[in-house]
Ligand binder design. Structure first.
Ligand SMILES: O=C(O)C1=C[C@@H](OP(=O)(O)O)[C@@H](O)[C@H](O)C1
Ligand SMILES: C=C(OP(=O)(O)O)C(=O)O
Length: 447
């Protein structure tokens, strides 16, 4: 499944027409990973509808199969999983390949640490650069052993333990992946697992554990943030899951619709978990005409439809507190800021440096190469809005990063000179059918 063949560039030209129409973006990536992992750990059969069939999630499916779960696609987006039960995963025969997916690697580390099996995981050369110490450190409290080749990076061998200790840990950085790894380890640990997060991060793991019948206690910390407790060992009961559309994917459609003159788009069935909607908040602070309708609750997650209308955006000064709720949306928000009137300031973006690429620097390079002034002060980024006058003409290096590639494609639609994207292959890790969907709205990408 890992992408091995050569780079696939794309040239994008200024778009002369508005975007119009109605779309459904693919399933939420975070929820899809968790649906496969938890159903594989459950007793019984789970039907998952709306599953994201992107490469990252397919990588998780492959790994859960290697650990003994039976996983079948019955129809597009409809998957059936027969679980093994907590504590009963098989020892894999071969190395587990997590591809480009940090979520797979971090969350699986948690699950594997409290199963009495030996495993080795690796990933592509982007994932092999990403830090794993952030999970190794807390998960070592279980008694599991971790050996890495390269200073806490993949490949990594894990010797899990049968009688695992529960972890008590306060997260030093806001990370839903680290929190989830600890909670998933707790499912098969003896006693109370306790995670404190100084600032609330996406709670899909907590929501889905509840959905599968596990009691998760969540309390608010006095200073802010949350404390999450889970008593192990525990069992999960299979229960069907319906995955909503991914707000992180919808963000590309939103920004395109907002900045391309005369556009009006309806995006149906988007996940609106309040710990994921920082991008909507940020765009509204910029003056965006975004309306939410048909809000409803499904399987512990809120969903709704978003109506996007072209608007003149203005610069924004975003507080650090918004960062975890839109951590993956800064590449596309930077495009909106570059197009807007006035200066934008994004604060506290250190975590962007350890994503699929060093997104902090990838964003700066993307914009500078296309005539946009950007400055950085420590972990803050200051973008000088062009008020609709993006020069373009540059080549964007995406460094195996899907979100950079999609952001650059939207930048190209509003830039005066053509923009070349060095490699669009990784878009399929999170947004299969991206170009088809955008072309159905009128983007005219020549792929
Ligand atoms: O838990 C998750 O599903 C994710 C958490 C975030 O990572 P961090 O936990 O590293 O912030 C996010 O960037 C990633 O795309 C998905
Ligand atoms: C950071 C991302 O994913 P992951 O950490 O799972 O690779 C992302 O999708 O933007």
């Amino acid at each position: 499944m890992t992408v091995t063949h050569s780079k696939r560039p794309l040239v994008v030209s200024f778009l002369q027409q508005p975007l119009k129409g109605k779309v459904n973006v693919p399933g939420d990536k975070s929820i899809s990973h968790r649906a496969l992992m938890l159903s594989a750990l459950a007793n019984g059969e789970t039907k998952i509808t709306g599953l994201l069939e992107g490469e990252d999630v397919m990588q998780t499916a492959q790994v859960m199969r290697a650990l003994g779960a039976i996983i079948h696609q019955k129809a597009p987006g409809e998957w059936h999983v027969i679980g093994k039960g907590v504590g009963y995963l098989n020892e894999p025969d071969d190395v587990l390949n997590m591809g480009n997916s940090g979520t797979s690697a971090r969350l699986l580390s948690g699950i594997l640490s409290t199963h009495n099996i030996f495993s080795v995981m690796t990933g592509d050369c982007s994932l092999r650069k990403r830090p794993m110490r952030r999970v190794i450190e807390p998960l070592s409290q279980t008694g599991a052993q971790f050996i890495t080749r390269n200073e806490g990076r993949l490949p990594m061998a894990i010797k899990g333990v049968e009688k695992a200790n529960p972890v008590t840990y306060r997260l030093p950085v806001a990370s839903a992946q680290v929190k989830s790894a600890i909670l998933l380890a707790g499912l098969n640990a003896n006693g109370m697992t306790i995670v404190e997060e100084p600032i609330a991060t996406r709670d899909h793991t907590e929501n889905m554990l509840n959905h599968f019948g596990v009691k998760v206690d969540i309390s608010t910390l006095a200073e802010k943030g949350r404390k999450i407790c889970l008593q192990g060992p525990t069992k999960l009961v299979a229960k069907d899951v319906n995955v909503p559309g991914d707000p992180s994917s919808a963000a590309f459609v939103m920004v395109a619709g907002l900045i391309i003159s005369g556009s009006e788009i309806l995006i149906e069935n988007v996940g609106l978990n309040p710990l994921r909607t920082g991008i909507i908040e940020a765009l509204k602070m910029m003056g965006a005409n975004l309306q939410i309708s048909n809000k409803r609750q499904e399987g512990g997650e809120i969903t709704g439809d978003i109506i996007v209308k072209n608007t003149t955006l203005k610069g924004v000064d975003l507080p650090v507190s918004i960062v975890p709720s839109m951590i993956d949306e800064f590449p596309i928000l930077s495009v909106a800021a570059a197009y807007a009137k006035g200066e934008s300031r994004f604060r506290g973006l250190a975590e962007l440096r350890v994503k699929e690429s060093d997104r902090f620097n990838s964003i700066i390079n993307m914009l500078r190469k296309n005539g946009v002034s950007v400055e950085s002060h420590g972990d803050d980024m200051i973008i000088e809005g062009t008020f609709g006058n993006i020069l373009g003409g540059g080549e964007v290096e995406t460094h195996m990063d899907h979100r950079l590639a999609m952001s650059a494609s939207i930048l190209g639609l509003v830039a005066k000179k053509t923009i070349t994207i060095d490699d669009i292959r990784f878009i399929r890790t999170s947004f299969p059918g991206y170009f088809e969907l955008m072309n159905s709205l009128g983007c005219g990408f020549q792929i």
